[in-house]
Design a protein around this ligand. Structure first.
Ligand code: ZN
Ligand code: ZN
Length: 576
């Protein structure tokens, strides 16, 4: 039987491995308290409450034991039990976490699954036998709070992965190795792009190099959006509580918001930009002739996240959303959505993201608004996708409670998927904020509101780019585009003059006039992943040239300075 290794197929395999792992851990540590063991995107984990931290030795022992269990070919069998039976069983075993999970389960659907000597509380979804696991590996152990809350005990989470073949596992491990080298937290440090500090946990500090890259991204974003008729706005970062009550954030999102008092009035620090933009829309009476109105905002938002889920720039407590809100009327939905899709795809391709998956999420069970308006909105999104011959998958019932949405996922240079852009139709906010426009009939109508982002979180997208490029940015994004390295101090003055020419041409350069050997300077520029080195010696100055080396070792030989500037400018414009 062939297994295409789709996520759906791997899930039972990996979830079964969580059982195998728990059995192995229990065999060495009989007093262990078991928490949960789900399958996840790249493997599985199990959370354990153990007296002592696990060592490398422990992990390798546990892995050996797992392989032994796999060899034994233990079969999985389930039986339905009453809640009382399950409670008695786990009470006797001394498993407080299982008892806590049981409390939240419905009385009539409780299953215990057994393989070999091991029994666990579980909904099912296993392979037939442990010997179906053809490739297994324990990856690492990390701390994780029970149920993700700092108030709860810290458990030890063992991560592992499994595949239907050794080849697939090897492929995955290679990718992991490559990902480690590209870790944006490491590269951020090595290339001096950004840092994190205890003084503001999980909020990044961007350094001069990092800001050059950040600003290039924003410059590109602005030029693309201006071309598409977006108008940029900026709204306050702190807004009164009333607004958040009106928007519904207070009811649904309060736990993730920060608050502050000013003159005894309570304000919230915005977690989203939408309510602010509705105030701008509402400030003036709008007519159908003003629509579509596309208000863009690079808005810095703050969200309180549990510290367990924070990870470099990928999950931070403050970030910029490259937001825009499109206010339009029903007949404009399709063309507006089509416009956004084109913009998003074009921008992704600029970064070499050519493998892009698109999904359409439809009405969830709990949602607001009539069927009629949902159908109209969903059809609008669908029509925009179909008419542009865009392949997409339908995520039935996966929409937001206020409207259907389209999500974009890009695949990076080492094959990892990242969800970035989104287009969401909103049927609620225009209602809550009483947004209106004067129609052709002279009467007041409710506009449709579209929320959309290309990057999503600019900071997260930045982190993705660092890993996608492995720090070797294309010329237009590179913080330093060329190093001017002198062979001796005699060329110092001339090198300075060349740098002025580069500055005039808008090219970011750095002088290296230290009394180091030229090969040392070239090697260092290579390590810093700077695209070009211009070597300046006596010969070069005599002929008004610079000897150019490309990152990676290619030698372009001497090039006249003006031609070099021309060449760099062309490459920057092409964004290749
Ligand atoms: Zn299970
Ligand atoms: Zn919004």
């Amino acid at each position: 039987m062939s297994h295409p290794n789709k996520q759906d197929d791997l899930e039972p395999l990996r979830h079964s491995c969580a059982h195998i792992l728990a059995q192995a851990v229990q065999s060495f540590f009989p007093k262990v308290k078991l928490a949960i063991g789900p399958s996840i995107k790249d493997g599985f984990y199990y959370d354990f409450d153990l007296e002592n931290p696990l060592t490398e030795d422990d992990l390798s022992k546990i892995e050996k034991k797992c392989l032994q269990i796999i060899d034994e070919g233990q079969t999985f069998s389930g039986r339905k039990v009453t809640k009382q039976e399950a409670q008695d069983y786990f009470k006797k075993k001394g498993e407080p976490y299982k008892l806590e999970i049981l409390e939240g389960l419905p009385d009539d659907n409780i299953w215990l699954y057994t393989n070999g000597p091991f029994t666990d509380l579980c909904r099912g979804g296993h392979v037939e036998s442990t010997c179906d696991v053809k490739a297994f590996k324990i990856l690492n152990v990390a701390g994780a709070y029970w149920r993700g809350s700092e108030q709860n005990p810290m458990l030890q989470r063992i991560y592992g992965t499994a595949f239907y073949s050794q080849k697939d596992l090897d492929h995955y491990l290679n990718r992991l190795e490559e990902a480690k080298k590209r870790d944006h937290r490491k590269l951020g440090r090595d290339l001096d792009l950004f840092s994190f500090h205890e003084e503001s946990p999980a909020i990044p500090f961007f350094h001069p190099n990092g800001m050059l890259l950040y600003n290039e991204l924003i410059r590109y974003w602005r030029s693309e959006h201006e071309q598409e008729g977006y108008q940029e706005i900026r709204t306050p970062m702190i807004l009164k509580d009333e607004l958040w009550k009106q928007s519904g954030h207070y009811d649904h999102y309060k736990d993730h918001m920060y608050f502050t008092h000013i003159d005894k009035i309570q304000f919230a620090i915005k977690p989203m930009n939408c309510p602010g933009s509705t105030l701008v829309y509402r400030n003036t009476q709008r007519s159908y002739r003003d629509l579509p109105m596309k208000l863009a905002e690079l808005g810095l938002v703050h969200r309180h996240e549990l510290s367990g889920v924070l990870h470099g720039l990928f999950r931070v407590k403050a970030f910029t959303i490259d937001d825009a809100h499109i206010f339009c009327y029903g007949d404009q939905i399709e063309s507006e959505i089509a416009g956004v899709i084109k913009l998003i795809l074009r921008m992704y391709r600029t970064f070499g993201f050519n493998d892009i998956s698109i999904s359409l999420s439809t009405r969830p069970k709990e949602s607001m608004g009539s069927d009629e308006i949902w159908n109209k909105a969903t059809q609008g999104l669908e029509a925009a996708l179909k008419h542009n011959q865009i392949h997409y998958e339908v995520n039935e019932g996966g929409g937001a409670f206020y409207g259907p949405k389209i999500d974009f996922e890009v695949t990076d240079s080492i094959g990892r998927d990242w969800q970035c852009g989104t287009i969401q139709l909103d049927l609620m906010m225009p209602e809550r904020f009483q947004l209106e426009y004067v129609g052709q009939d002279g009467k007041m109508h409710r506009p449709v509101m579209v929320h959309r982002a290309v990057f999503g979180s600019v900071e997260r997208f930045y982190g993705i780019l660092v890993e996608h490029y492995g720090g070797s940015f294309p010329l237009w994004l590179a913080p330093v585009q060329i190093v001017l390295a002198t062979i001796s101090e005699k060329q110092e003055e001339a090198a300075g003059k060349i740098q002025f020419k580069l500055i005039d041409a808008g090219i970011r350069s750095k002088l290296d006039i230290r009394s180091e050997k030229i090969n040392y300077k070239i090697r260092e520029s290579e390590l810093k992943k700077i695209p070009y080195v211009g070597v300046i010696g006596a010969k070069e100055i005599e002929s008004n040239m610079v000897s150019v080396r490309v990152k990676g070792g290619k030698d372009l030989g001497p090039i006249p300075i003006d031609s070099l500037i021309q060449k760099l400018k062309e490459e920057i414009t092409k964004k290749a």
